[in-house]
Design a protein around this ligand. Structure first.
Ligand code: MOS
Length: 744
């Protein structure tokens, strides 16, 4: 049935994007123009504002107003008003609310002016005096004071609890024939999407607000704005048709939209606020993570014990964490396991989700430790993983809906040429370079969320598919069109997709790698309703060839309603609609996937990396990566490959480049720009091969698992393990910079 699903279809929004026709949050205009807001941020990490002098800024020609906590319009005074759909436990940050400073670079004033240049200049003239208090921003200083995560009783909260222990891991570890224990560190990292955070709030003639915001969840922002400002849902509409990268930074509403709305309400004028690149470092971040892993094994290479302790970072006002430790017990068979997770509260903004939250850092530590265990056992790293292979999710003692990880290891190893690896460190060379080969496993969740999809089919053979989800750059527009085209039996260019608008049918935030499975399932379900309606019309045709057909035995192909059993029995869609006298058929359905808790749902990968390390200088290059991924059915091999490629590149950055540096004397990030915060650039990225292994799965009608996050998981460990193999030096704190290679 599927001419489009599974093919390398190019992005349907590609031309709009490369020609600039696709508009982003800061690019929407109104006749007469908008006002521009520039944010003033605190320069201390903790304390109070004692004096805010805005007179010089107000004196600049073209400045309309300067908003501060002293003169802003009313905002909600209870935490509930600021809670968004994905807020952690705690008391959410309130921009411009009062004189309290909770983190360095906290927004404390908004200068609004006729141009962005005037606003930015005037913002530099705002004078602030503070009463500072002692702050702490160093996780190592706060590690002993870190407290065990308080697991909320809500089902969502419980999802992130450390898993239940099994057996007696302490005893089993002590008694194990072969042991490895190690501490691993991942620093704070920032998302650094290309598009700057921005909001344009337009005051409509009727006094309502249209908000263009950079976000991964328009309905989340909509609900949040209504909460913060006490607005009625119908008085505000939030749009985010395109997004230049989110990676989790846009799951929660950010302060740019609050500030733009504050100014728009105060002035009754349309206002735009765009963050500068340094200001982007005042948003959330991947929490720094100190992990201790203990692995106890038999001499035969099976695991007797896993212990995994983590300390992660959050703010003083909200407890953000994910299930950082559980991946170890999920991936490898071990009768004994314990997990512990403590939170270090720092004077920083609340940490947040970043691509494969918890898995990217958690699996880095686990897979580094597994590599060290393989060395101790003198066992090939792939062989060790096969000996510890887990057929069941041991946390809940249940099978996986599908798990083709063995095939990932095999196909990945073959493509990489792993069998030619000499296990001895420093044994492989290329001229003056030491060559290292390393591997690691990746794992992520395959989730599906409730979602609503509306389809309007018109008699001219066109269908509009609408849902309030977003395309954060992942290719959602395209896969939605592919699924709709196949299930409605129409050509791809007869489908139009409407997303990124809070007034459209309900969607969760685009995150967790769950949108492809959720929205595709929603389209399939709503397309079935369309087919049912078409059949009702087709039956009314005199001597209808489908007079006795039931909807289940029909499919929509090439603009026709056709019997699956007898291709000769068919009715063109256009005939059915014309005969029924209808111009359009509209259906809207909500899919509420039954929780299949009897099985675990996960995507897996095997990552193989080659590094070349200059023996004199210690410069590390990642020359080859093979990522073999098992993620159910692949809807679009082109956009899917891009997702994995992007994840691998980010994994290279995690391994070698990325690190947010704080001057703890001031509690201030000192590399808050993309010159000094290093990410991989073209010269760092060499040969990357992506393989999708076959993995039939029946968790949802199309067998989709999602691909947004699995691509990064395991990459940092594969690179770190390759660096060890090349050099004989084991670096346990990321990023692996050349100064850490001590024996070249
Ligand atoms: Mo993802 S970190 O859930 O955008």
């Amino acid at each position: 049935m599927a001419p489009y699903i599974g093919t390398p279809t190019s992005r349907i929004d590609g031309i709009a994007k490369v020609t600039g026709a696709a508009k982003y949050a800061a690019e929407f205009n109104v006749p007469g123009g908008v006002l521009y807001g520039s944010i003033v941020m605190s320069t201390i990490a903790k304390g109070r504002i004692t004096r805010l002098d805005t007179s010089a800024a107000m004196g600049v020609e073209g400045v309309t107003t300067v908003l501060t906590h002293e003169n802003r319009p009313h905002m909600a005074d209870r935490d509930e008003g600021y809670k968004d759909d994905v807020a952690p436990e705690g008391s959410p940050f309130r921009p411009l609310y009062d004189d309290r400073i909770r983190f360095n670079r906290q927004p404390i004033a908004l200068v609004v002016a006729e141009t962005s240049e005037i606003a930015r200049f005037a913002a530099s003239l705002v004078r602030v005096e503070y009463e500072s208090e002692a702050h702490v921003t160093d996780v190592f200083r706060q590690r002993d004071a870190a407290i065990p995560v308080k697991v909320p009783t809500s089902p969502e909260g419980a999802m992130f609890a450390p898993p239940k222990p099994r057996g007696d891991a302490g005893k089993a570890l002590a008694a194990a024939a072969v042991r490895h224990e190690g501490e691993y560190y991942v620093p704070i990292e920032h998302h650094n999407p290309m598009e700057l955070y921005a909001a344009t709030v337009i005051v409509e003639k009727d006094g309502k607000f249209t908000v263009y915001d950079k976000t991964q969840g328009v309905q989340n922002v909509h609900k949040y704005l209504c909460g913060v400002f006490g607005m009625k849902p119908e008085d505000v509409r939030v749009m985010s048709p395109f997004m230049g990268g989110g990676f989790g930074s846009g799951l929660r509403p950010q302060f740019e939209v609050v500030l733009a709305m504050l100014a728009a309400r105060a002035l009754q004028r349309s206002v735009r606020v765009v963050l500068t690149r340094p200001q982007m470092y005042a948003l959330g971040y991947r929490p720094a993570m100190i992990q201790r892993i203990g692995l106890g094994a038999t001499t035969g290479g099976t695991l007797e014990a896993i212990t995994h302790d983590a300390v992660t970072v959050t703010s003083q006002y909200e407890d953000f964490y994910r299930q950082e430790t559980g991946w170890s017990g999920l991936l490898y068979r071990s009768a004994n396991a314990t997990y512990a997770h403590r939170l270090a509260h720092l004077d920083l903004p609340t940490s947040c989700d970043m691509r494969a939250p918890s898995a990217a850092p958690g699996v880095y530590a686990l897979e580094s430790a597994m590599d060290e265990l393989a060395v101790a056992l003198k066992l090939d790293p792939v062989e060790l993983r096969l000996r510890c292979y887990s057929e069941r999710d041991q946390h809940e003692n249940r099978p996986f809906s599908s798990k083709a990880l063995r095939e990932c290891y095999r196909e990945g190893a073959d493509a990489f040429g792993w069998s030619k690896r000499n296990p001895e460190p420093r044994s492989m060379r290329d001229g003056s370079d030491l060559v290292g080969w390393g591997m690691a496993t990746g794992v992520w969740e395959a989730l599906q969320m409730p979602i609503t999809v509306r389809i309007i089919l018109t008699a001219n053979g066109h269908a509009e598919v609408a849902c309030a989800t977003s395309d954060i750059g992942t290719g959602t527009y395209t896969i939605m069109a592919q699924v709709a085209a196949d299930t409605l039996g129409l050509p791809l260019d007869s489908i139009s997709i409407r997303i990124g608008d809070s007034s459209l049918p309900q969607s969760p935030v685009e995150g967790g790698s769950w949108i492809a499975a959720s929205v595709a399932n929603g389209i399939v379900t709503t397309a079935e309703a369309i087919r049912g309606e078409l059949l009702r019309l087709a039956k009314q045709i005199p001597n209808s060839p489908l007079a006795n057909a039931s909807s289940d035995e029909l499919t929509l192909v090439d603009g026709q309603l056709v019997s699956k059993h007898d291709g000769a029995r068919s009715v063109p869609i256009a005939d059915a609609m014309r005969h029924g006298g209808v111009e359009r058929i509209e259906q809207e359905n909500t899919t509420n996937p039954a929780e299949d808790t009897a099985r675990a749902h996960n995507a897996h990968s095997a990552v193989f990396a080659e590094v070349k390390v200059d023996e004199q200088l210690g410069v590390i290059r990642v020359t080859r990566v093979v990522s073999a991924v098992a993620a159910g059915r692949i809807l679009n091999t082109k956009t899917a490959t891009s997702q994995i490629l992007g994840g691998v590149v980010w994994g290279i950055g995690m391994a070698l480049h990325e690190e947010t540096l704080i001057d703890h004397r001031f509690g201030r990030i000192i590399n808050a720009n993309i010159a000094e915060y290093h990410v991989p650039v073209n010269a760092d990225v060499h040969d990357i091969k992506v393989i999708f292994v076959d993995e039939p799965d029946d968790s949802n009608p199309l067998g989709i698992k999602g691909l947004g996050e699995i691509g990064i998981v395991g990459v940092a460990a594969a690179v770190a393990n390759a660096v060890y193999h090349a050099t004989g030096t084991r670096v346990r704190d990321l990023p692996i910079t050349l100064d850490k290679l001590d024996r070249l």
